[in-house]
Write a protein that binds this ligand. Structure first.
Ligand code: GDP
Ligand code: MG
Length: 735
């Protein structure tokens, strides 16, 4: 009879290498039925006995959280191979054994190929294979698959095992009083009814019910609906009990006890670390400090503040240079072109739009460089590790932290690369919940708006306001995630082993690649799209123009004003900049003329398409304190947050006759009617949380695989932002 062996193990444990070693040229590659996961099969002949070997997809666990895990498990449950060769990376024993335990609980006949012995030795990790074999009650064969060492011994023990396949007893791990009690009760029922026991061990089935494994439940319902209902009821009662008494889940406890089992295996002498020669000694020592209960968070706060400081200090100069460069281009265009729509388009549409985007590129680049340093050095993985517990509470995963930071969790990122970064999250629901809450972070495009509003109304509390804004972003994001996870995206957190790669110095090349990739994602988004949007907005804010009669009326007003002044004063003003010093009377005239220009520009804006849209929204937005001009900027901001500032600049520059020092937006806002510090707070709140920009929405649609999530985030976020802004504004009015 031919013996089928499933080759199973974690990714990167050397499965493919071992498979090639065993099967040589006799391989066949296809797909698992119905899915695009590669299925490699081959023959191995050992001492005239034929073995059919199937390479399972590499997985860390057997709970069906991913396609690979489902495929691997279905193969084991449905195809029932005669035995498993479980390949383990000896240099990562703790993590690899997590999967091993699950095979053992299923009671499969098994050999362990303890691979990468050379790597382990190099790191000063000594594994006592004899002890491991005794503890687990399976043969353990040390190997170096790459060189072929251990192949003979492995096949010998596989051949021996194939002679007495039936007598393996499933491993029994204790999961603590509560769970063990429920398990034995369920086990007894399962055995009495012969419920699926031909194929699977009773304790394993009971465990799966407790873990809430949908696939097993489905199988059970088909087999014996009544018993399945009883088992589900017991599981349900237990999880209620655990929830109430310990605020945890059966699944979490099961995961913890499995790790406890592994830790105790290792602590009982399976692994000895030869500390004198251990190159990773440094990493371990460092981790003892950096992930320490108290020093860890302190260091984390320091690292984040450092990153913050680094980015803002070093980006200030280049941002100013770029702003000056754009200002210079603006002046050249202003002086060189004759008045008319083309000039207006070039200056207000293109130059201002492009300037708004590119001036902030240095800030974004430096922020991404800083994040790349944290990431490449291995520290970001520790951050995820430390915050995992907190994130679990909100229904997210430690790795969500990374996506949040990239999106602007510290200040000044971009949700587009952030959404890409959620690909590291295994559970689709955790991933979606992270993706949907990322846009609440303060991305690089929102910062300049806050900067202007803070400069206008809270100049003395700059840092305090920024810190509050950052904290508020995190709180809203986390609680929204929790809300999503308990309503539209329900399900337990996926137990997932967090890898802690050794620390190492980042290489300049790696840093530059990482920084550039994300900056490019931002630029690709910002560049052409924002330019196009600026032009469209410019057109919407410029047309239709005021009727000729109205324009003439303003012109008349100006003439009248001028005629009230003495001719020498008019002359002085028209000679303008030559002397630079005006008399008080000339200044007075200038001011009066500017006022008329302002009124005309204001009328013109209100008359334009954008003005009409802004006015239409005013009925609602007054509750949050926004007038039609703010509304125009906010509508523009849905296209891209970058345009909020330039649009407000235009809307409030009622009379862009002169862009003097005093013409700065903060000053203009402070003197604008109906715009006070309360409006500023309400506006900051609204901008923080309302609809993600257009490109982020497109990304969410693409990455979630459905346009519905994109639409959801636009509607939900805008509604939430509106409620928050109205609450803040009305409370402010009240007090
Ligand atoms: P898989 O993801 O489990 O299929 O792993 P692979 O077979 O692709 O192996 C991952 C990497 O580990 C490859 O670069 C192999 O050459 C290497 N590798 C496999 N076995 C050993 C080993 O015993 N010692 C060492 N040093 N490297 C190995
Ligand atoms: Mg492989």
């Amino acid at each position: 009879m031919e013996t089928t062996i499933a080759l199973a193990g974690n990714p990167n444990s050397g499965k493919t290498t071992l498979f090639n070693l065993l099967t040589g040229a006799h391989q066949h590659v296809g797909n698992y039925p119905g899915v695009t996961v590669e299925k490699k099969q081959g023959m191995c002949v050992f001492k005239d006995q034929k073995f059919h070997i199937v390479d399972l997809p590499g997985t860390y666990s057997l709970s069906p959280y991913s396609l690979e895990e489902t495929v691997a498990r279905d193969f084991l449950v449905i195809e029932k191979p005669s035995m498993i060769i479980n390949i383990i990376d000896a240099s990562n024993l703790e993590r690899n054994l997590f999967l091993t335990l699950q095979f053992l609980e299923m009671g499969f006949p098994m050999c362990i190929a303890l691979n990468m012995m050379d790597v382990a030795k190099g790191r000063g990790i000594l594994v006592d294979t004899q002890k491991l074999s005794t503890f687990l009650n399976v043969p353990v064969i040390p190997m170096v698959a790459r060189s072929g060492a251990g192949k003979e011994l492995l096949m010998q023990s596989a051949a021996k095992l194939s002679e007495k396949l039936s007598n393996t007893k499933p491993l029994k791990i204790s999961y603590g009083a509560d769970i063990d009690q429920a398990l034995s009760k369920m086990q007894e029922m399962i055995e009495r009814n012969g419920f699926l026991t031909d194929d699977l061990p009773s304790r394993w089935l009971a465990l799966k019910y407790l873990e809430g494994d949908d696939q097993v439940k489905k199988l059970g319902r088909r087999h014996n609906p009544d018993l399945s209902a009883v088992l589900e009821e017991i599981s349900h009662d237990l999880s209620n009990h655990l929830e109430r008494s310990m605020d945890t889940t059966a699944e979490a406890i099961i995961g913890e006890y499995r790790y406890g089992f592994i830790r105790s295996l290792i602590a009982q002498g399976v692994v000895q670390t030869d500390s004198a020669r251990k190159p990773f000694y440094f990493s371990d020592r460092l981790d003892r400090v950096l992930t320490h209960r108290i020093f860890g968070p302190v260091f984390l706060a320091a690292a984040l503040l450092g990153l913050y400081h680094f980015t803002f200090t070093f980006s200030q100069a280049p941002v100013e240079w770029l702003e000056k460069a754009f200002e210079y281009i603006r002046q050249v265009a202003d002086a060189g072109l004759s008045e008319g729509p083309l000039k207006s388009l070039l200056i207000s549409g293109i130059i201002d739009g492009a300037g708004g985007v590119f001036s902030f590129v240095p800030l974004i680049m430096l922020m991404f460089l800083g994040i790349a340093i944290l990431e490449d050095s291995g520290y970001l993985a520790r951050v995820a590790f430390m915050l995992d517990r907190i994130f679990r509470f909100f229904g997210l995963h430690g790795n969500s932290v990374v996506a949040y930071i990239i999106s602007g969790g510290i200040a000044g990122g971009c949700a587009v690369p952030g959404i890409m970064a959620t690909r590291t999250l295994k559970s689709p629901k955790e991933r979606l919940a992270t993706m949907l809450t990322l846009p609440f972070m303060n991305c690089g495009a929102k910062l300049p708006v806050f900067a202007v509003l803070i400069a206008a109304f809270f100049a003395n509390y700059k840092t305090t306001v920024m810190v509050l804004v950052t904290i508020a972003a995190w709180l809203v994001a986390l609680f929204a995630a929790r809300l999503f996870r308990s309503t539209i995206l329900p399900g337990e957190a996926a137990p997932f082993v967090m890898e802690l790669p050794p620390y190492h110095l980042p290489t300049p090349k790696g840093l530059i690649i990482h920084m550039w990739e994300r900056t490019w994602q931002y630029l690709k988004k910002a560049g052409p799209v924002i330019l196009a949007i600026s032009v469209i907005l410019w057109a919407m804010m410029s047309y239709p123009q005021l009727p000729a009669a109205t324009q003439q009326a303003f012109e008349m007003q100006k003439q009248q004003t001028i005629s009230g002044f003495a001719p020498d004063i008019i002359h002085e003003l028209s000679m303008g900049g030559e002397t630079g010093n005006f008399s008080a009377a000339a200044l007075n005239l200038q001011e009066q003329l500017n006022l008329i220009d302002s009124r005309e520009a204001g009328e013109a804006l209100k008359h334009s398409v954008a003005g009409k849209i802004g006015t239409a929204f005013e009925k609602l937005s007054v509750y949050a304190g926004f007038d039609w001009r703010v509304n125009i900027a906010l509508v523009g901001g849905v296209a891209a947050k970058e345009v909020i500032i330039s649009t407000m600049g235009t809307a409030y520059s009622l009379g862009n006759a002169d862009m003097e020092e005093d013409g700065r937006l903060s000053t203009r806002l402070r003197s604008a009617q109906g715009f006070d510090s309360l409006t500023a707070i309400s506006l900051i709140v609204f901008i923080m949380f309302y609809s993600p920009c257009f490109i982020s929405v497109v990304c969410i649609c693409r990455e979630s695989g459905s346009w519905k999530w994109g639409a959801f985030s636009m509607i939900f976020n805008t509604a939430a932002a509106f409620i928050l802004a109205v609450t803040v504004y009305q409370l402010g009015l009240f007090f």
